[in-house]
Design a protein around this ligand. Structure first.
Ligand code: NAD
Length: 256
């Protein structure tokens, strides 16, 4: 039995994870940590800070809160040698370094996207990359997202660039040299793999990888329609995480 505390447990992801992880046979969600009171406790206790947790009663902390919350979780988990899964995004370089430092004392899995479909899309894109002349990425998100491009699109661009380099292909050179409006060709994600960001109400999280070659195209599309899409990856991470200190970035290595 793995006993789990969810930091950000009153939030949108925290509440979905509380139900999702609680339904797994050998998991028990024992505490929801949040500065505000959760709408549903589902048998867990509520504390307002990680300092309110009893270290001996928690095996894994799952953090979907804020960058400050994630750093506080990392410090607490390092101090008490409790494993940590971080889904919180938007950490600064300093905050990432602090998480890295804490991973010297405890096991940490940190991923900016826990969707299995996204992991598979990245794998498929890397497989296809050596076979096509050109590739571009379109990422589409809801209109409340403050950062662009998405972290997932950057990771995908880097995976494609690495696969192209591995196949001995040169970086892509954009043939469009005249721009009547700056920015219409998107941004350079890695080695000329361009990323285009769309923000619209009604969208959740979507990404298309478009390949083009002589006389043919290949589009690999992934859609997250609901926060449920992140639960399975968190379940995998909580199952996989052990007690050996160290930082695992992304869940690719956890997906067989
Ligand atoms: P949210 O605002 O609904 O929830 C965040 C919760 O954290 C809130 O209830 C807030 O009160 C709480 N909180 C803030 N600071 C805290 C602290 N110091 N200690 C305890 N609780 C604290 O946001 P959300 O949509 O649930 O997303 C949370 C985070 O998860 C964001 O960073 C988001 O980008 C990320 N996210 C990651 C993935 C992934 O796959 N990695 C998927 C979805 C969301």
């Amino acid at each position: 039995m793995k006993r789990i505390a969810i930091v950000g447990g009153a939030g949108r992801m925290g509440q979905v994870l509380s139900a999702g992880l609680g339904a797994v046979a050998d998991f028990a969600v024992v505490a929801l940590v949040d500065v505000t009171a959760p709408a549903e406790l589902a048998g867990a206790s509520h504390v307002t800070s990680v300092d309110g947790l009893e270290p001996a009663s928690v095996d894994v902390v799952v953090d979907f809160s804020t960058p400050e919350g994630a750093v506080a979780s990392a410090r607490w988990c390092a101090e008490h040698a409790v494993a940590l899964v971080i889904g919180t995004t938007g950490l600064s370089e300093d905050e990432r370094s602090e998480v890295q430092r804490c991973a010297g004392s405890t096991a940490i899995v940190m991923a900016t996207n826990f969707s299995l479909g996204v992991v598979l899309q990245q794998r498929f894109a890397a497989m296809a990359a050596p076979y096509f002349d050109r590739v571009e990425i379109i990422e589409l998100h809801h209109d409340r997202k403050v950062d662009a491009p998405s972290g997932t699109s950057l990771t995908t661009a880097r995976a494609i660039a690495e696969a192209r380099r591995g196949a001995g292909l040169a970086p892509l050179v954009d043939p469009t040299s005249r721009h009547s409006i700056e920015g219409t060709r998107g941004g350079d994600g890695a080695d000329g793999v361009r990323i285009h960001s769309v923000r619209l109400p009604g969208l959740v999280s979507h990404q298309e990888v478009l390949f083009g070659g002589p006389g043919e195209g290949l589009t690999i599309r992934h859609d997250s329609f609901d926060r449920l899409s992140f639960v399975q990856g968190v379940v995998l991470a909580v199952h996989a995480i052990g007690t050996t200190p160290g930082l695992t970035e992304g869940i690719d290595s956890l997906v067989p």
